[in-house]
Ligand binder design. Structure first.
Ligand SMILES: [Zn+2]
Length: 439
């Protein structure tokens, strides 16, 4: 079976052929650590964790290197630090730790490397010097800019034409740009801003440059570069421009992008006031329920996220925990692997687990997906914080039945009322009592 991945560069699903099967290299753009990450940022964490697990399965864990960077110098971090009256390293350190802890609760394996941008200042300055020397960049008023017309095939990842590229670059419009598409490699810092000495004055790097230098540790050409769809332009387009003009070879052979996460069809945004943080959601739901929700749509499709959807996936996990209770882990169902090998088709992999009859195979398949990692007692004790778990409800139903048998109708009625208050409806029928949630 060959792994197939949709490559943004070609717009097609392609067979994955690593440069060196004994060292498969993947780089994914990580967080800018200035605040709690929102649930949309959890999607690439889970998507690329699945890809990482699959690569480790195919090539052996010791033959895969996965790097996910930490952007710890950025204007947003500077703003948060200034507001809090602390150094940027304090803000960055705090939110890096929270991000890593939250990713662990989503059962994402830690990447092999988590490079921090501020550890790469020397490489960044060296890359800028090379780009200037080769006529790809120029200095202007304390800034260094990449000169887009110096690269013949700029724009081929996002497939944008020149007018679209100009419109997209407008956010950084400045009188010293030779071409409106030119973008910043280095910018000056004022005395009260964090900065590093450089041949172009004290300043700090542009965001795109950071990733171009952090990928260099893996190789000049890596196998897979990943991130969210919103990073294709300008971030990844500009990473390609910098790295390819500096090295004279492709930055990555496969570009893999995950789709947006939406809430009730709307994009999450601060102005709409519908931001949900990973950290906040993990207080309400088990990490595995959030993880399964994030896997419930194909990674390239939009994912409509809601708490209702998480509750549905929690119930699915309840069921899987019940049927695999006491089972010994068996073989991963071939249909699960086949679905994942076909461009990470997680909905199909989940469907394959649903039809699997052997509890040991269900357990193996689910664990491969980073699920069913708790023992079932702990899982059922956890439950959803805003409602009782299935196990708790079943226990109360049994208690109510006992109470009725003992003619303690007051107690039986109380149990029914308590459950109703928690959104659980009991229906007595000829086959016994069944329950359902009203929410
Ligand atoms: Zn990046």
């Amino acid at each position: 079976m060959t792994l197939r991945l949709h490559n943004t560069l070609s717009g097609k699903k392609e067979d994955f052929k690593p440069i060196d099967a004994s060292n498969v290299r993947m780089y994914v753009c990580g967080p800018t650590v200035y605040d709690y990450a929102h649930i949309g940022n959890a999607r690439p964490v889970v998507v690329f964790d699945i890809l990482y697990r699959l690569l480790r399965h195919e090539y052996g864990p010791e033959h895969v290197t996965y790097a996910r960077n930490i952007t710890d110098i950025d204007d947003k971090i500077m703003k948060a630090a200034a507001e809090a009256g602390v150094e940027i390293s304090e803000i960055a350190g705090k939110y890096t730790k929270i991000y890593q802890d939250d990713a662990a609760k989503l059962n994402a394996l830690p990447p092999d490397e988590e490079p921090k941008a501020t550890d790469y200042l020397d490489q960044m300055k060296a890359m800028i010097e090379k780009l200037i020397a080769d006529g790809h960049a120029y200095e202007a008023q304390g800034h260094v800019l990449f000169h887009v017309p110096s690269m013949k095939n700029y724009g081929r990842l996002s497939n944008k034409n020149k007018d679209e590229l100009i419109a997209g670059a407008r956010v950084e419009v400045a009188p010293y740009k030779k071409d409106p598409r030119d973008f910043v490699l280095w910018k000056p810092s004022t005395a009260d801003q964090p900065g590093w000495d450089s041949p172009w004055g004290r300043g700090r790097p542009g965001w795109h440059l950071e990733c171009s230098c952090m990928t260099e540790d893996l190789a000049e050409t890596i196998d897979i570069h990943g991130g969210g769809l919103d990073l294709i332009f300008p971030h990844h387009e500009n990473e390609i421009a910098q790295s390819e003009c500096a090295h004279g070879k492709p930055l990555a052979n496969y570009w893999v992008h995950n789709g947006y996460l939406v809430l009730g069809g709307e994009k999450m945004s601060k102005s709409l006031g519908n931001i949900q943080t990973i950290h906040g959601l993990l207080k309400k739901f088990p990490g595995e329920a959030l993880r399964l929700t994030l896997m419930s749509a194909h990674y390239r499709q939009p994912l409509d996220f809601s708490e209702e959807a998480v509750k549905d996936q929690k119930r699915r996990l309840d069921r899987w925990y019940r049927i695999t209770e006491g089972a010994k882990e068996g073989e991963i169902p071939p249909a699960v692997l086949a679905a994942l090998m076909d461009d990470l088709n997680t909905p199909k992999a989940i469907a394959a687990l649903e039809t699997e009859k052997n509890p040991g195979a269900v357990l193996a398949g689910a664990r491969f997906l980073g699920l069913l990692t708790e023992n079932s007692d702990d899982w059922f004790k956890g439950g959803v914080s805003d409602g009782p778990s299935g196990e708790e409800i079943e226990a109360l139903i049994a208690e109510r039945l006992e109470a009725r048998k003992a003619k303690d109708f007051a107690r039986a009625d109380q149990i029914r009322k308590d459950l109703k208050a928690k959104g659980i409806i009991l229906e007595d029928g000829p086959g016994g009592t069944i329950w359902r949630r009203t929410d």
